[in-house]
Ligand binder design. Structure first.
Ligand SMILES: Cc1cc2nc3c(=O)[nH]c(=O)nc-3n(C[C@H](O)[C@H](O)[C@H](O)COP(=O)(O)O)c2cc1C
Length: 247
């Protein structure tokens, strides 16, 4: 952390994943001391214990927020799994606990199976733009309903993907896969693409269009999503009609 902070003139955000509450707090404190401008806590864990109810996992997230927020004075964001049964409720709980940012969503590195060697292999796959839909949907729903900033992660490959997240209401857009695929300098390409689109659309600043396509706070998100589901099925019928009937 120290060498990174010294090497650049932009704020450095520390990312941490802990096991015990004291471990979360201690590591957070050390990161702040070594110059982190903010923290992203990432409770990356697949709940393999089949006896643990969802409510206990949600409560653990709240405890982590309290432990880390009590330990540091810099802003703290939490990176979330896409696999809660009520994502919006969890976001509300974390918001009430004082989280400063919500990072939607973590992408789990799932192992593959090699059918020739009959071995389980660790696999790191990079994301594709179609995967952005889930995070975009939740950002569009949450915009205006939580105090925390909303950061998008997953599926950014082009400037258009950045623009879509911003239109949905993201405060921050992140990419790991695109930089791994194209190299660090690709960040400049993404920014140039976004600027070109903004110019074409006559937007002078990002605030001129951020959240333009979020689901309004006066709209019932459940009804909105239901209408989208029905529209998508109608579209699928138009596209694959004969096939759907035969199936
Ligand atoms: C090789 C690799 C390593 C990663 N390491 C971390 C990590 O240490 N901590 C973390 O929070 N996310 C990590 N991620 C997840 C990314 O930060 C990001 O959330 C995820 O890949 C989805 O975004 P993307 O579509 O831009 O890749 C990693 C992803 C990849 C591909």
């Amino acid at each position: 952390m120290e060498s990174c902070v010294a090497a650049v003139d932009i704020p450095v955000i520390g990312s941490l994943n802990g096991a015990s509450l004291s471990g979360w707090a201690e590591t957070a404190r050390r990161m702040q001391e070594t110059g982190a401008a903010a923290l992203e806590v990432n409770p990356y864990a697949v709940p393999g214990d089949l006896g643990v109810p969802g409510s206990a996992i949600e409560e653990r997230h709240v405890e982590i927020v309290h432990a880390v927020k009590d330990a540091v004075s810099i802003p703290v964001a939490m990176k979330l799994s896409p696999f809660f049964s009520a994502t919006g409720t969890v976001c509300h709980m974390l918001d009430a606990a004082g989280i400063d940012g919500l990072v939607l969503f973590n992408r789990f590195l799932q192992p593959d199976i090699d059918i020739e060697t009959m071995l389980v292999r660790p696999a790191v796959t990079l994301s594709a733009p179609y995967e952005a839909g889930l995070a975009r949907t939740w950002i569009a729903i949450l915009r205006g309903h939580v105090r925390a900033s909303l950061a998008a992660t997953t599926g950014v490959e082009t400037g258009a993907d950045v623009a879509k997240y911003l239109l949905a209401g993201a405060d921050v857009v992140m990419t790991a896969s695109a930089l791994l695929r194209h190299g660090r300098s690709y960040a400049a390409t993404l920014l140039a693409d976004l600027s070109a689109w903004m110019e074409r659309k006559d937007f002078a600043t990002i605030d001129d269009f951020r959240g333009l396509l979020a689901i309004g706070t006066d709209v019932h998100a459940g009804d909105f999503e239901r209408a989208g589901y029905v529209a998508a099925l109608s579209h699928a019928k138009e596209t694959y009609g004969d096939f759907l009937v035969r199936a």
